[in-house]
Design a protein around this ligand. Structure first.
Ligand code: ZN
Length: 250
């Protein structure tokens, strides 16, 4: 079927001035190439926006960890403070009871108990101070990440706005290019168009150069000399014997 197609397209009416047979297809392909790029860009924009969002997400996660660290340190401070407070209350109670004690022995025993609790208080206070030392760098780190997030957010917002603007622009250009294609397609007869469109659904590019007059630049297959001869004449559609792409030579 392909051979019949080639032969039938190859006939040129007698006396016609030479007109490139392939040029209209090449023109069409050039417009289609632009359309493909524009369509691809439209498809890529949501993905690029998603990537930007993901970049912020990792920073948000980092900030969450830093916030949790601040909370953990603050809990250590609060716990030590609470323990210390409770010890002080115990000492107050012991001192109240001490006032009504009857023997000196009991009085001494209470003193020893109070001293022990005072040592605990010193421990809790030391722990609280150490935790307070940790709080400063933890808060600084959290603030640093927060600042970075704000700056990144501004950059991402600006970039996303640019991408949205670009999308509108690309859609407009695409619409114009499709109109241009409709015009260019008028110069391609329906049989050539049918073959071109069928192939375009499977391969790109459709029209390829026969490099050095022998090699299909679509699939790199070396063509028989007869093919090269027909391509050189440029009076019909000549296709690669392997990939079926339409061949041309400058
Ligand atoms: Zn080929």
């Amino acid at each position: 079927m392909q051979d019949n197609f080639l032969i039938s397209l190859h006939i040129r009416p007698e006396g016609c001035a030479f007109v490139s047979f392939i040029q209209p297809l090449r023109d069409l392909q050039e417009v289609d190439g632009r359309i493909r790029e524009l369509e691809q860009e439209i498809l890529d924009i949501p993905e690029r926006k998603k990537q930007e969002g993901a970049r912020l997400n990792s920073l948000k996660k980092e900030l969450e960890i830093a916030h949790n660290q601040v909370t953990a340190v603050q809990s250590r401070i609060d716990a030590a403070e609470l323990e210390s407070q409770s010890c002080r209350e115990k000492i107050n109670d012991l001192k109240k009871n001490q006032a009504v004690l009857k023997t000196n022995k009991e009085f001494q025993m209470y003193n020893r108990e109070i001293k022990k609790i005072e040592e605990d208080i010193a421990n809790f206070d030391a722990r609280e101070l150490a935790a307070m030392d940790d709080l400063i760098p933890a808060k600084a780190k959290s603030a640093e990440i927060e600042g970075r997030l704000h700056r990144e957010q501004a950059v991402v917002d600006e970039f996303i706005t640019e991408l949205d603007q670009r999308l509108v622009e690309v859609e407009q250009v695409l619409e114009e290019t499709r109109k241009e294609r409709a015009e260019v397609a008028k110069s391609v007869d329906s049989r050539k168009m049918l073959y071109y469109e069928r192939l375009r659904a499977k391969r790109w590019p459709v029209v390829v150069e026969l490099v050095d007059g022998t090699v299909c630049s679509g699939c790199n297959l070396v063509q028989p000399p007869s093919v090269a001869q027909m391509v050189r004449r440029d009076q019909g559609v000549v296709v690669c014997t392997m990939c079926g792409r339409i061949l041309y030579m400058d």
